[in-house]
Design a protein around this ligand. Structure first.
Ligand code: NCD
Length: 268
């Protein structure tokens, strides 16, 4: 990857307020800032005054005093809105909000489809796993609504997609269909992207994991792109990693490029 030599964020400081765990989103946003010549400022929640009971509002106002942009990961819309209430003068970027949204992941996912397939338009994508509490899915289907995508949804038992989401997609004219777990094998032969997700156990999801194993790929279409926002669970075995179409490690790099673009656009 090397030094890309951009300096759009030279002299700028980007704050990180992460109230939920993260590996890729945190690292890719941070490297994105650094690659653009900016600096990062973290707040370690465990040693911050939030432990003394300081409010989110005051914490957000404090960030605003010191940084030029704030990147937030949190557990609910209420928390995100409370942080936004304390931050008026600088951009706030959502880096994953509860079960609701993960917009920058969706941008990276769509970029991945474009890079891997040449185009996103008309993509036939099977989205599989925790469709109830997976925020990446929520954001991805909304973004895909702009691309004449065919969206095939295979939810784990008790973790099926919400009716409101399907209704919304239909209202936007999207070709969307829900499938049973048992249909997954057959579906794999027809789609050109499969987007696996893990069960959000820490958010109360519990059920049988839908697994993708190498033997299922035998009759899949040429050029099938296999995606996963990561971290993975049992749904995606390491044996899949050597498949040509396994794009999830490239996907995490595309997410970094997208975050660089976004940061340049809002602060550059
Ligand atoms: C996801 C997240 O945090 O929503 N990971 C990510 O940001 N790349 C997916 C997950 O936790 O399942």
């Amino acid at each position: 990857m090397g030094d890309v030599g951009h300096d759009e964020l030279k002299g700028k400081i980007v704050g990180f307020l992460f109230l939920e765990k993260s590996t890729r989103t945190l690292m890719s946003f941070k490297t994105a800032v650094m690659r653009l010549g900016g600096k990062v400022l973290d707040l370690d929640i465990d040693v911050s005054s939030m432990g003394k009971g300081e409010s989110l509002y005051d914490t957000a106002r404090t960030f605003e005093t010191y940084v030029d942009c704030l990147i937030v990961r949190c557990g609910s819309l209420e928390v995100l809105n409370e942080i936004r209430r304390g931050v008026r003068r600088i951009p706030v970027i959502n880096a994953g909000c509860g079960i609701y949204s993960h917009p920058t992941q969706a941008l990276g996912d769509v970029l991945t489809m474009r890079q891997e397939r040449g185009t996103v338009s008309g993509v036939d994508v099977a989205i599989v796993g925790d469709l109830k509490r997976g925020r990446t899915v929520n954001s991805l289907v909304k973004l895909l609504a702009n691309y004449r995508a065919k969206i095939r949804l295979v939810g784990c038992k008790h973790c099926e997609v919400g009716r409101d989401v399907v209704k919304w997609l239909i209202s936007k004219g999207v070709d969307v269909k829900c499938y049973e777990v048992g249909d997954f094998d057959g579906l794999l032969k027809k789609c050109n992207v499969v987007y696996m997700t893990r069960l959000q156990k820490e958010r109360g999801s519990d059920g049988e994991v839908i697994k993708l194993v190498p033997s299922m790929l035998r009759d899949s279409r040429d050029g099938l792109v296999i995606m996963h926002p990561l971290p993975r669970g049992e749904e995606l075995s390491e044996e899949i990693d050597s498949e040509l179409g396994a794009a999830y490690f490239r996907q995490m790099e595309y997410c970094m490029w997208v975050r660089m673009s976004l940061l340049s656009a809002v602060m550059g």
